[in-house]
Design a protein around this ligand. Structure first.
Ligand code: ZN
Length: 254
């Protein structure tokens, strides 16, 4: 029966992925009209068939039916990735509180990747929503003591990132990190423990390096959207279920 659930999670994820793309773009531009879906160019109202994930892109040949403007390729890609990651979440965690956390992480990853890549913005609404979401899930699954532990961890990671941003600004004499990246670290602490959260920061920086060099080489003024890289590291660490002990023993070759 697991196969059927995987398919259901994939389809559900594809539909949500389409919504997340709209949400990421609209929140970043402070446009609060999410439903019903409209074309970004001519505001043409999309019919149900035109909003079915993946198929609509294929069936419309990548163009709006009304104004024939190209649909951003990011839309079907994000729908597909969300579907895959939802299925992987179910495959890895089954029906559990960990699954609720995994789906939250994936949702945050998609929404923030869209808004940060397109507009270099991590909307506060998204951060606040997921702070509440993770606190509620942690409370239901592990109780109030665990929630306090995670709030402390989040505060620690927030301060750590703030310190990195401060050092970066002094060293580069310009804004190196966005405020959104710093605020987002509080969220990482609501899920990970202090060591894993710190590793997420360094792993994210490592993932961002190739793109930073590419952008610096192409355009000196360009700011790097750091959020998606941090989130990829965060997702990776959560899904691989790696423990701090395993990392310490790996680092010390014991
Ligand atoms: Zn159009």
């Amino acid at each position: 029966m697991d196969g059927l659930y995987l398919i259901i999670f994939f389809i559900f994820g594809c539909f949500l992925g389409g919504f997340y793309t709209v949400l990421g773009n609209r929140l970043a531009t402070e446009d609060y009209h999410f439903f019903p879906y409209r074309c970004d160019h001519c505001r043409h109202l999309l019919s149900f068939l035109e909003s079915v994930p993946l198929f609509s892109y294929w069936f419309l040949k990548g163009r709006c039916k009304c104004c024939h403007k190209k649909i951003d390729i990011m839309e079907p890609l994000m729908e597909f990735f969300t579907g895959i990651l939802f299925a992987v979440s179910f495959y890895s965690f089954g029906f559990s509180y960990d699954l609720l956390i995994a789906l939250g992480i994936v949702s945050m990853l998609i929404i923030i990747t869209v808004s940060d890549l397109n507009y270099l913005i991590i909307p506060d609404e998204v951060l606040i929503f997921f702070i509440l979401y993770f606190i509620i899930v942690q409370f239901l699954s592990a109780g109030i003591v665990e929630v306090f532990f995670h709030i402390l961890t989040g505060t620690f990671l927030f301060l750590l990132m703030y310190f990195i941003m401060w050092v970066g600004e002094k060293a580069l004499k310009k804004e190196s990190l966005g405020g959104g990246d710093v605020k987002m670290m509080f969220l990482f602490g609501l899920v990970l423990d202090p060591l894993l959260g710190t590793i997420a920061v360094f792993l994210g920086s490592l993932f961002a390096l190739p793109m930073s060099f590419f952008l610096l080489y192409k355009n000196h003024e360009k700011v790097i959207p750091f959020g998606p890289f941090l989130l990829i590291a965060f997702t990776f660490l959560y899904f691989t279920k790696v423990t701090p002990d395993a990392i310490v023993s790996w680092l010390t070759f014991s």
